[in-house]
Design a protein around this ligand. Sequence first.
Ligand code: ATP
Length: 229
Amino acid sequence: MIRFEKVTKRYPGPGRPALDQVTLDIDKGEFVYLVGTSGSGKSTALRLVLRELRPTTGRVHVAGKEINRMAGWKVPRLRRQIGTVFQDFRLLPNKTVAENVAFAQQVIGKSRREIAKVVPETLELVGLKDKGDRMPDELSGGEQQRVAIARAFVNRPMILIADEPTGNLDPATSVGIMNLLGDINETGTTVVMATHDHGIVDQFTKRVIELDNGVVVRDEASGSYGFQH
Ligand SMILES: Nc1ncnc2c1ncn2[C@@H]1O[C@H](COP(=O)(O)OP(=O)(O)OP(=O)(O)O)[C@@H](O)[C@H]1O
């Protein structure tokens, strides 16, 4: 589903590359943690999958397509197949919960009827059935993250990218979010999650890919967080 072939990413300026000859393969339906100290290259790797960045050398394949060669007009279609969730939720503050989720459908031209059906279903899936009319600032952090996950999942993407999704949440709330990401993964969506949350990585055991200075230093099918900092 995601394949990096000797991917090197150099940002402008001196210094070592952010990613250095990274090769990895993530299959459809996998759940993978991307770990590594700050600056090790996790966000760079995720941004390459979204084609927000292009590799300096090497190839990135997503769903069988080499995306660094993809024509610009095809990029929105690629991104539609990838849901994203971030540490800081990134909800639209002036829209209700339901409107936030509906927005992801409106921008890709779904019909009103489809939206009216799918948004409540998705809110129910994330445990927010009765909160569709709330504003984001009337929700807890964990609930806001559930809205963000609903928005990311409403179009049933092939891939869900989560960049530190539990970074702003307490441990108990984080467990709820992980259970939800696990449910989404069970539907066949490939989940790639960059994280510093060792409690979560050790509790919800999954494949772990560790980056260090832009190099893959560990790739374990059922790993632990593995380093302290
Ligand atoms: N836009 C940019 N311009 C120049 N250098 C950058 C840019 N973005 C990232 N870098 C550098 O690339 C390296 C990898 O950064 P990246 O953000 O991918 O790491 P990370 O593992 O996601 O870190 P964190 O855990 O802190 O989010 C770092 O040395 C960083 O300073």
